[in-house]
Ligand binder design. Structure first.
Ligand code: GDP
Length: 455
């Protein structure tokens, strides 16, 4: 089935130099390539010591471990080979060069192994996404969610729902196509709509999760805001230095926001430093500021940092308009306070959920703030263990399914069987898009299986 497909190979392990480099080969020529380079194909799924030679001149490249995974029970569903060599630049270059000279073999494009696994039915689309998330996971909670998805948490559920919709559709279609036949019962549409209603409720329930599954991929967003010179950047830097688990500090989507990703208690937290948000006449900068402000306003939590020593303490502008976003007050520079009471009038009057007295400069009080942020992330993500929807794509597909089911149910009174069938078909198709498995033949299969109509 795959003999016309090129055989692909790639370095699957990390950037050299490393101790061990893994080169994977996939496709109809995988076995031949392995034989050409190592002299033989080892028994399936057994590691074998092998000398890797360049077939061009017979020169030994390295001593390696060779593995052979014949299709279809391989990761991609096709013949696969794996060569583990010492992970030096020159070793890898020689091995890849030699593979490139084997007929029918070429370097893989990004994601091509996984694409083949999908095409060969080894992974559905949601599992492909789970695999991508697992590779990108930075915290234990993200890893767990990605692994559940890779193992088919949402894919299997969507597939089960789609089957049930197709069963309901088969009932309605049978009613339409074979209404003259004596042995097709009158009321097939009633049970079909009953099933549709139940499905609609179930899918609706899994959509009502507050978007936590999606958020776990990105992290709970905490914006550091406050008047200029309150010490926001100093605080962010201290947090970044204090948390060894910090993963990827990079400038945000605009040049005005610095984003830092943390692993707090195993959960991802994205801190935004809005210190760069300030007035400007430059239209490009203004657009940046607008986006930065919007991003901060959409944060789950705002840390409102003030200088506890400043005589004038502006109340946070826009704080009244921040809707339901939580806000904590962080009184900074307590190192300058001596024995003075740090809590000022603002902190008493404004509706802050929590208050902290810290010194971003000396680090005093920062532990308590980190502890509270960890607890916040933990509570925030407490419900994600059961979250089904982890991407906007899933949400859109499930929402479209619910909408189609609703349209089908709305036809209950009208009794328009064709319209009901059409909407049920639309619902099955949108669910099929979720997993990437859309097959109209399925409907016929169910009809013939359940109704024995071809008598
Ligand atoms: P931002 O504009 O809110 O980002 O404020 P910065 O982080 O740039 O800090 C403004 C000034 O306050 C800098 O000179 C910092 O060194 C100083 N600063 C920040 N935090 C503290 C603190 O806890 N104690 C003291 N004494 N100075 C601080």
């Amino acid at each position: 089935m795959t003999s016309d497909r090129p055989t692909i190979f790639a370095l699957s392990s990390g950037r050299p130099p490393v101790a061990v480099a893994v080169v994977r080969i996939c496709g109809p020529q995988a076995g031949r390539a392995l034989e050409k380079l190592t002299g033989r194909v080892p028994p399936p799924r057994r590691a074998a010591l092998a000398r890797v030679r360049d077939p061009a001149d017979g020169e030994i490249i390295d001593e390696a471990l060779a593995l052979w995974f014949p299709g279809p029970n391989s990761e991609t569903g096709e013949d696969m080979a794996e060569i583990q060599v010492h992970g030096g630049q020159a070793v890898i270059a020689a091995l890849l060069g030699a593979l490139g000279r084997v007929e029918g073999c070429r370097m893989a494009e990004p994601g091509e192994f996984t694409r083949r696994a999908f095409i060969n039915g080894r992974l559905d689309l949601t599992e492909v996404e789970g695999l991508a998330d697992l590779i990108a996971a930075e915290t234990p909670a993200q890893r767990r969610q990605a692994y559940r998805q890779l193992k088919g948490l949402i894919g299997d559920q969507a597939e089960a729902w789609r089957r049930q919709i197709i069963e309901a559709l088969a009932l309605v279609e049978a009613r339409i196509d074979f209404s003259d036949e004596a042995d097709v019962p009158e009321d097939l549409v009633g049970p079909a709509l009953h099933a549709a209603q139940q499905l609609r409720n179930m899918i609706g329930a899994s959509l009502a999760d507050g978007g936590r599954g999606e958020r776990l991929r990105d992290g709970v967003v905490v914006a550091i805001a406050g008047p200029p010179n309150a010490g926001k950047s100093t605080l962010l830097n201290r947090l970044a230095r204090r948390e060894a688990a910090i993963v990827s500090p990079y400038p945000g989507t605009t040049r005005d926001v610095i984003e830092v990703h943390f692993d707090l208690a195993g959960y991802p937290v994205t801190l935004l430093d809005t210190a760069g948000i300030r007035g400007s006449d430059d239209p490009v900068e203004q657009e940046g500021i607008r986006r930065a402000t919007a991003r901060a306003a959409a944060a789950d939590l705002i840390l409102w940092v003030i200088d506890s020593q400043a005589s004038e303490r502006p109340i946070g502008e826009n704080l009244e308009n921040r809707g339901t976003t939580n806000c904590w007050l962080v009184c900074n520079k307590v190192d300058l306070a001596g024995d003075k009471l740090w809590i000022n009038s603002e902190s008493r009057s404004a509706p802050y959920a929590k208050q902290f007295a810290i010194s971003a400069a000396t680090g005093s009080g920062v532990e308590a703030l980190i502890g509270a942020l960890s607890a916040y992330a933990q509570t925030y993500f407490a419900a994600t263990e059961s979250a089904l929807v982890t991407r906007a794509r899933h949400r859109q597909a499930l929402e479209a399914t619910v909408a189609a089911l609703d349209r089908a149910l709305a036809q209950r009174a009208s009794g328009h069987e064709e319209l009901i069938a059409e909407e049920l078909r639309a619902a099955a198709t949108t669910l099929g898009r979720l997993t990437g498995r859309v097959d109209v033949e399925d409907i016929l299969d169910v009809i013939f299986r359940d109704f024995c109509i071809g008598k």
